[in-house]
Design a protein around this ligand. Sequence first.
Ligand SMILES: [Zn+2]
Length: 123
Amino acid sequence: MSPRLTLGLAAGLTTLGLAGWLLIRHQVNTQASSRERECETSIRTIVSAIELYRSHNPRVPERLEQLIPRYLPEIPRCPKAKKDTYSESYLVYQTKYTLFCRGHHHRRENRPAFSKTQGWIRE
Ligand SMILES: [Zn+2]
């Protein structure tokens, strides 16, 4: 094999390897962010249920279990943690509340997070 051919082959394999690695990394990232989006969807579902509860009651619920069964069939699970990470994080102050995915299941600890006053907390 000529040195030029060997060099060309090596360069080709390196490029393929890099492309493959980038593709895998992209898929892993996409999967991670889609799980995070599903987690946000779970939080959104809970927030809608809280708001519906609030429209029928003088206060927001003290605990998320109070939403069951009338406003929610069950507390959704974080798709990554595969469990309810929200009940423990739910904090109420008068008509305001915050809710997040408790733990380090996504890119940042205790995210996604939603606040009644601030909306989605991104930082
Ligand atoms: Zn989560």
